[in-house]
Each structure stands twice: as C-alpha cells, then as structure tokens.
Design a protein around this ligand. Structure first.
Ligand SMILES: Nc1ncnc2c1ncn2[C@@H]1O[C@H](COP(=O)(O)OP(=O)(O)OP(=O)(O)O)[C@@H](O)[C@H]1O
Ligand SMILES: [Mg+2]
Length: 257
C-alpha cells in the first residue's frame, strides 16, 4: 500500500496548497502514481490544476454525502503532460458538508471509507487540508498515514504548531493509531533576510518532529503557476521552486514508515 500524506496546518496561507500541488506533480514526474484530494472548500488545489471549480459535476462533496462513487469523483490525468496524476476536486459546496453530516455514523471516517476502494491504485495520496482543525481536517487525518506540516518562514511561524501536534496526537490515540508525523517543511524562505534563517533555527530548536532538509524558497514562479492551471514543473521546469519541490519529492520517497 502507498503512503497517504495529509498536508495540514490550521494557519492560513503557509503553503499547504502550493506544497500539495507541486509535491504531487514532482512525485508524478518521477513516475509515481499520485492521487491529490482537495478537502478545502476554497478549491485552490482544484483550480491550481486547471479545473474550473464551477463546472464540476462530481467533487469530494458529492463523494462524502454519497451522491457519487469514488470513480466518478476522480479526474484522471488532470494535467496534460504528466501521466498518473489524478485528483478528487473540491469547490465551495464542501463548506456545507460538516452541517449535513452532523448526525452521520462514524463521521470521522467518511473520507477514509470513501477512498478505500481506490487507495491501493496509488503510490502516494496527497490530501490538501483547509486552514482549520475542523471535521474535514480530522477526516483527512483518519484517512492519512502521515501528516506533513508546511511552516512559513515568518515571525509567527511557531504559533499554533503546538495545537496542531496535539490534534495529531489525539487523532492517533483515538481514531487512527497508524498516524505518524511525516515532518515539517519550511516554505517561502527568503535568503535575503536574516529573519527566514532565524525562523528556521528557532523552529528546529523547539520541535521534535522530523524537519525536511529541503527548504522551499520564496519564488514568484510558484505564485504565478496556479493562474495558468499548471504545477511548477510544467510552468517553469527550471525555476528554483520546481527544483526545490523535486528535492522534497526525493526526500519524501526516501523516507520509510
Ligand atoms: N514558495 C513560495 N513562493 C512564493 N509564493 C508562494 C510560495 N508558497 C506559497 N506562495 C503563495 O502564498 C500564498 C499562500 O500559499 P498557499 O495557498 O499555498 O497557502 P495555504 O496554506 O494553502 O493557504 P490556505 O490556508 O488559504 O489554504 C499563495 O498566494 C501562494 O501562491
Ligand atoms: Mg490552501
């Protein structure tokens, strides 16, 4: 069975979606079969892969409320030129799912159950989480084998990290004993400032989790790529951002659980 990685941090704008898209694309470029699951009603991963959020027949929402099958929810080979990269998309409809499923049985395991049939078809499943510790994030963590936490190189980087680690531990204790910390990855590193470097040193001192050696630089190409509906390795294959996500993919592949 492959590895299911939830990309989570309840802090907004730290690079969860950028990492989901580009780590997934780098893994696919290396020949891995990858499924990306967008669990954020913002649907940024969905549009980042070039899908029109408003034109989708089936999304993770229909899948979770039982209105479509998992095969119907999967968009296969979502980007031209990258074999083996599939996505279960999302849009704003997903925002209602928490209320709609409030009385559902086993509501922490709805996503896990939903993808059970297809999970062995993939080497990696990457789940982009919303910026919250909501039922959707809990569903991602019960589905996942590991949690990868992007940390933005800014002054408040450590804020909320304790709460996130606590949540992962609670899920592990009560809902998914198999869950492990994949580790943290620093994002938006700016080599021109001392602050970025200080943040990396400071976070490393304060956490016990694995820290990926690859640090994702602040790179304008990474911010531009989603508006073309392309991952960085297709949009600007030689950019610093593309190289960084390839190195991260190598490290992720090399890690064993
Ligand atoms: N390495 C980078 N270099 C430059 N810009 C980046 C980088 N990583 C992310 N960004 C930009 O920063 C913003 C936030 O990134 P992203 O959407 O990946 O974060 P997020 O954690 O998914 O946000 P949210 O919590 O809203 O889901 C986006 O505009 C994105 O294009
Ligand atoms: Mg996001």
């Amino acid at each position: 069975m492959g590895r299911i990685i939830a990309i989570a941090n309840q802090k907004g704008g730290v690079g969860k979606t950028t990492t989901s898209i580009n780590l997934a694309a780098a893994l696919a470029e290396k020949g891995k079969k990858v499924l990306v699951i967008d669990t954020d009603p913002q649907g940024n991963t969905t549009s980042g892969f070039g899908l029109d959020k408003n034109e989708l027949e089936n999304t993770i929402y229909e899948l979770m409320i039982g209105e479509c099958s998992v095969d119907e929810a999967i968009n296969k080979n979502v980007v031209e030129g990258l074999e083996g990269l599939d996505i279960i998309p999302s849009n704003v409809n997903l925002a209602a799912v928490e209320i709609e499923l409030i009385d559902a049985d086993q509501k922490e395991y709805i996503l896990k159950e939903a993808i059970e049939k297809v999970k062995d078809n993939y080497d990696f499943i990457i789940i982009d989480c919303p910026p919250s510790l909501s039922m959707l994030t809990i569903n991602s963590m019960t589905t996942a084998s590991t949690v990868l936490v992007p940390i933005q190189c800014e002054y408040y980087a450590l804020e909320g990290l304790g709460q996130l680690v606590h949540t992962v531990n609670l899920v592990k204790e009560r809902l998914n004993p198999e869950l492990e910390m994949e580790g943290v990855v620093f994002t938006m590193f700016d080599a021109r400032t001392n602050l970025s470097l200080q943040v990396v040193e400071n976070v490393k001192e304060h956490i016990e989790e694995n820290v990926y050696k690859t640090i994702i630089p602040r790179n304008i190409r990474l911010a531009e790529a989603p508006s073309y509906g392309l991952p960085i390795n297709l949009y600007e294959p030689k950019s610093a951002g593309a190289e960084a996500y390839r190195l991260l993919a190598d490290e992720v592949i090399a890690r064993e659980f």
